[in-house]
Design a protein around this ligand. Structure first.
Ligand code: GCU
Length: 618
């Protein structure tokens, strides 16, 4: 008995040491990873479907040291090894396993992924090697050459590890244990209306970074701090201010950080403080030289930033975003957000969207609809989606998956939501087109939920005080024909947003009689409305699932929205039919949510033209 206890103590001490050591590998998310030279690890990865996590636990459910991550091979003929990555099937990464192997269409569990690679081309001697994942859904353990480098939770945000000291001149391997099982305490929680695509769903890169590099930086137009009604006086002010801040990966004082914006004839050098930071310096620029980013003119400036002899480049848009009473002001002028909601799903039969082509297709459909705005629901989309939208002049609402009935009382759940919010903002805070950070969708009212979301909203503002905070609320105060928005969260948001489904979850004939009471002096966005239709199914407008039913729902809703005081925009639900395990009506849904204006094959439904016409009049 004593012997067992001693062994257990040693084993648990080793696990603690390993965990501590593994956390040492994880680095804060690098800003603008695309600016660095890298070896792509995209391509064919071997995979093993591990339903009972044989590769991680022994038969007593204790973590084993002989797991699949060792990539062990028989040394002697009698050796017993019951797995072999090299002889296992391969899958193209990035992708979700659901659409790559029909046996895994509904699978929720663990799959191991294995990739061999060599690094001569990157000469890491004087540099560091950062292993970067665009996203892995949902729970990932990462190993390099058999060493555990980290454990990441959350299916839609990037993460990176310093693996320099683990690399060998010869063959290297990276092994990832991916588990997409759902749990009540997760973010999102156990039920959600989209497909639980599992896997290494976004790019994997081995990035070459200098020993001292720009861990983070921010370049943006300084908001005009004077009260809105006093701005007319200095609307033609001769100069504008660009705010610049930066943080090195090391607390080194005296490092020179130089910002070049050639087109604006800007070259300014700053010196880091003892923490390795440049704290929000202002760079003056002549107003007439400075083209502001907008949907009509999505102007991006080439920016170069050097630290010592290392220089990276980025493309930066300059704009201001704020609210005044019930208006949203872009560059000081009121704007109506002609939006649409979008899931991060490919347009040719489903699967996680993850390429520039996926982004361009989805965003071109939004443009065709007449949109200047997209709600990237219900989680951060891939980075190319945000960057392509920026180039196309499309504003963005970006959201974390604090969706429906979250475990509000669980501190780990709050930490998880906070981590995902941190990484969403860390990745995209230099994108001019991102104007709204959304912290939740349709969450039930309770004191615990108010505390959870109130803290999250304040935390979001502490990370980024320049953008608007919102969340998609639910209208709860409906009595007869009066819809009253009554949500305690109104004091934490800059924009009051809510979902309403008159015409789908309530009779469309009530629409003309509806009154909307929104007792907050803030802009209003209807973050969802809509209804389902099977493309090509036609019939009378009162027959559910026909295109005519959906078309009439949009006609009535657009007329009703025109009567809402303070309406600053809307993002109807949704651009395209998308896969959902909750939508099982045979011959109509077949595991698709059919509220799209496009079918899952990209065919336009009649309601598309109703919304397009309404936007033309906006
Ligand atoms: C909700 C939810 C969406 C869902 C939609 C629907 O409003 O926010 O994620 O897909 O309703 O019922 O289709």
């Amino acid at each position: 008995m004593l012997e067992n206890k001693r062994l257990l103590t040693i084993a648990s001490a080793m696990v603690c040491l390993l965990t501590a050591w593994a956390e040492k590998n994880e680095l804060p998310l690098i800003q603008n990873v695309m600016a660095y030279e890298y070896l792509s690890l995209n391509g064919e990865w071997n995979y093993i479907v591990d339903v009972q996590e044989e590769g991680y636990y022994d038969y007593r459910m204790n973590p084993t040291r002989w797991g699949f991550f060792q990539n062990a091979k028989p040394q002697k003929p009698e050796d017993l090894i019951e797995y072999d990555f090299d002889k296992s099937p391969t899958m193209k990464i990035p992708s979700d396993w659901n659409t790559q192997d029909e046996r895994l269409f509904f699978y929720e569990g663990t799959v191991w992924f294995y990739k061999k690679f060599r690094v001569e081309s990157l000469a890491f001697r004087e540099n560091r090697a950062l292993l970067y994942f665009g996203a892995v859904n949902y729970d990932a353990h990462v190993y390099v050459n058999g060493q555990h480098v980290g454990h990441h939770v959350g299916g839609f945000t990037p993460f990176n590890y310093d693996v320099t000291d683990l690399l060998k001149e010869s063959d290297n391997n990276v092994i990832v244990k991916v588990d997409n099982k759902r749990h009540a305490e997760d973010v999102p929680t156990q039920i959600f209306d989209w497909w639980n695509y599992g896997g290494i769903t976004r790019d994997v890169k081995l990035v070459k970074i200098p020993a001292v590099y720009l861990e983070d930086y921010n370049i943006s137009l300084t908001p005009n701090s004077s009260p809105v009604n006093e701005r007319k006086k200095n609307a033609n002010s001769k100069t504008r201010e660009i705010s610049f801040s930066a943080k090195l990966n090391k607390a080194e004082a005296g490092q020179q950080v130089t910002v070049f914006i050639p087109e604006l004839k800007i070259e300014k050098t700053f010196t880091t403080d003892a923490e390795g930071k440049v704290n929000s310096e202002s760079i003056k620029v002549k107003s007439e030289k400075c083209q502001l980013w907008s949907p009509e003119n999505p102007k991006l400036y080439q920016v170069k930033i050097s630290v010592g002899t290392n220089t990276i480049s980025d493309e930066i848009g300059l704009r201001t975003i704020e609210t005044h009473d019930k208006q949203i002001l872009l560059n000081g002028k009121p704007i109506f957000l002609k939006g649409i909601s979008i899931h991060n799903e490919k347009t040719n039969g489903g699967g996680r969207a993850n390429s520039i082509e996926d982004a361009r297709t989805l965003l071109s459909w939004a443009k065709e609809l007449g949109c200047n705005f997209v709600r990237l629901a219900h989680y951060p989309h891939h980075e190319e989606m945000v960057r392509e939208a920026e180039k196309m002049g499309i504003l963005v609402w970006s959201e974390i998956p604090v969706y429906w009935t979250i475990a509000w009382k669980n501190p780990k759940t709050y930490e998880n939501a906070k981590n995902q919010l941190t990484d969403m903002i860390a990745r995209d805070h230099n994108r001019a087109n991102v104007i709204i950070w959304s912290i939740a969708n349709e969450t039930p009212h309770s004191p615990e939920r108010d505390t959870f979301l109130g803290n999250l909203a304040q935390y979001a503002r502490s990370l980024d005080s320049t953008r608007l905070i919102s969340m998609a609320m639910e209208v709860t105060g409906a009595s007869n024909y009066v819809n009253r928005l009554n949500d305690n969260m109104n004091k934490y948001v800059d924009v009051v947003s809510f979902n309403q489904y008159i015409g789908w979850y309530r009779d469309v004939n009530d629409a003309p009689k509806m009154k909307w009471e929104i007792p907050y002096n803030k802009p209003v966005i209807i973050s969802e409305f809509g209804g389902g239709a099977r493309y090509g199914l036609h019939g009378p407008k009162n027959q559910r699932w026909t295109e005519e039913f959906q078309e009439n729902l949009y006609i009535e809703n657009c007329a009703m929205l025109d009567k809402i005081d303070g309406l600053a925009g809307t993002t109807p639900w949704i651009l395209k039919d998308f896969r959902s395990p909750r939508r099982v009506l045979p011959g109509v849904q077949d595991y698709y949510n059919r509220k799209g204006l496009f079918s899952d094959k990209g065919e336009k439904k009649k309601a598309f033209y109703v919304l397009k016409k309404w936007y033309e009049g906006k």
